[in-house]
Write a new protein. Structure first.
Ligand code: SF4
Length: 216
């Protein structure tokens, strides 16, 4: 895939999209809690839980690390899997505190941060890379369901793994901000055009060279 070309086409398709507006959150810690809360649920449910964290004054890393896990679980109930997510949030908060917050983590190499995040129970590749890309402005990519569906359909290959897509996009040499936008574009594209069911191929700008579209 020519990822610069994909980026250009999607940037043309979504000219008004900005990273800040797409997230709707600028605080780095709130974004990091959002990365955990959205696991296996919708952003709508994650937002409800995030709002409840705000209402209970629990969005700072200090309060998050000090709150009792059972109380936290009740606060984030709208996100589902709340007991497990509460434990993960506590582990993530302790990690932030241990490193001195965003400022402390900024001095660490990306590979080390990724390894440490992946070593935390409850944090997988998608969560770790979302946090790296959108909270810490590090170069990585998220080979999530939207990216895989798009790549698999366009290329006609079914075997691209999360990591294969991540490495392939990174090899294209896009800047960090463009990687942030590219992922946001692909998610929006996956919701509006390359939907799981009934993709809108006639209106899609990739239709003329998409394997799935040829196949009908
Ligand atoms: S042509 Fe259809 S299947 Fe291919 S990328 Fe576009 S929406 Fe997805």
């Amino acid at each position: 895939m020519n990822w610069q070309r994909v980026y250009d086409v999607l940037a043309h398709l979504f000219p008004a999209l900005s990273v800040s507006r797409w997230w709707g959150i600028d605080d780095p810690y709130e974004r990091s809690w959002g990365c955990v809360l959205v696991q296996n649920t919708t952003w709508h449910n994650a937002s409800l839980a995030l709002n409840r964290l705000r209402e209970h004054g629990l969005t700072s890393i200090v309060y998050m690390s000090e709150v009792e896990v059972d109380r936290l679980a009740q606060v984030i109930r709208p996100a589902g899997f709340y007991s497990r997510k509460a434990e993960t949030l506590k582990r993530l908060a302790a990690w932030w505190v241990r490193h001195g917050g965003v400022e402390g983590v900024e001095s660490l190499k990306t590979g080390r941060i990724r390894r440490e995040l992946l070593g935390m129970k409850g944090i997988g590749e998608e969560t770790a890379d979302t946090l790296l890309l959108y909270v810490l402005d590090r170069k990585t990519f998220i080979g999530d369901q939207y990216s895989r569906r798009f790549v698999n359909r366009v290329t006609g290959e079914k075997k691209r793994t999360y990591d294969a897509i991540r490495r392939e996009v990174l090899a294209a040499g896009l800047k960090t901000h463009d990687l942030q936008l590219l992922h946001a574009y692909i998610v929006e594209f996956g919701k509006q055009f390359c939907r799981k069911r009934n993709p809108d191929c006639p209106a899609c700008p990739f239709a003329e060279y998409c394997h799935y579209s040829f196949r009908g």
